[in-house]
Design a protein around this ligand. Sequence first.
Ligand code: GLC
Length: 506
Amino acid sequence: MSSTEQADVNGAPCAKRSKLRPNPPDQESTFANLRKVKDWLQRFHLSEQTLRDVSARLHKDLIRGLGKHSHHNAPVKMLPTFVRATPDGTEKGDYLALDLGGTNFRVLHVRVVEDEQRVLKMDSKICAIPQEIMLGPGEKLFDHIAACLSEFLESLGLKDQTLPLGFTFSFPCEQIEIDKSILIRWTKGFNCSGVEGQNVVALLREAIRRRGDYDIGSVAMVNDTVGTMMSCGYRDRSCEIGMIVGTGTNACYMEEMKNVKRVEGEDGRMCINTEWGGFGDDGSLRDIQTEFDVEVDRKSLNPGVHTFEKMISGMYLGEVARLVLIKLAQENMLFGGKISDALRTPEKFETRYISEIEKDDTGLSRAQEILSELGLPAGPEDCEIVRLVCATLSTRSAQLCAAALATIANRIRTNRKLDHLRTTVGVDGTVYRKHPKFSQRLHDVVRILAPKCDIRFLVSEDGSGKGSAMVTAVAQRLAAQSHLLEESDGEEDSEEDEEEEEEEEA
Ligand code: GLC
């Protein structure tokens, strides 16, 4: 796996080399540095055997998370979503969608068109969430969201309508019902007080009630992975996995009901939000964590939480890289041993730099620019070394993600007792979308670790926005179907019974 990496990291034609500063006088020793750094970076290398082993560990944890009694202490939460069906193409109507969990908060007005089998984005608005709100009291966060939605509805003249709302809330939630979802804990950059353990839909409704200037209809809560799977499901009916590699990382998939021990019922399937970011929180990944991963975790908002995510996702990759660059400079292998104030500043080496630096054509000259902005004396070999660091970390990230995805694909195949599985993964997230080599590296490793699975990757068209509307639409369709059955039965079924009658579609 790493042989191709080495080739494109070091063997890529360097078109812009002439723009770079000339080599420092002691070029010999700088080349020696590159060789030394290569050896030093071996600590981030994951062999095929290690990746297989990681996959086997994750598989055990998936089962623990699904179990009635083992769930409580399981690091991978395997949360039932109560989404039992993917779109069937008969969904329609106007919806509002909220999307909270990435870098911004968005509100959308979307239309699901039955005949064209499409979700149309009518309008949308992005609202910044200032850091003091991300870290302040929960009430302020929901007031901010409700205010943003109010402005949006006002600008569209929709305030007097009561539209159903899909709420993509990209944090681990214990879903009690489609509109009752308890936040287990904050992840990524959020840490608002008074929200963990609470029903997020109720907090949203209360904030809207406090304002009193508009109302919303039924609400469906959705994780971004589920939104992504659902929005891709509209285009490709065999989409049964949703994966995000962005600010955070996570995946969901359709699991057999008989294995979902915490939910009653044996028939059909249910979408499970794995929350695979929490893999390793019980120490099971200690052997592959480096001192830099440990340091990033220690300094994060939530130490000990989401270990796997911190080795993979965009919120942390740049920070791991920054710590590695400092260490290499301290060991006299980089920047002539110099460390600038900027490089010492947390978060200063942004994850997007990794994507830029790894571009074949412009990467090295971009490295030069970035390093000079960071006040670092960087010659061509320094740029090569920085690029090698970036490639090493993003490769490890892609390989870990691939090991996790292969675990899920292999599980679906064995669940269904198939010799060969054809399936589609709906994908979203800045790291997957923007990094020039991430997706290819991920696909290559998945192919090796899940050889009996034929996997199509479909990048979602705005899964978080459209997908949550799609879930609301499917929920409404199923509610309408249950209603019809109920009416024609003339019996008073409990809500649980209604759910059991929902039709399953793979
Ligand atoms: C974090 C959240 C998870 C989300 C993922 C991607 O891991 O806990 O719910 O799906 O980020 O946004």
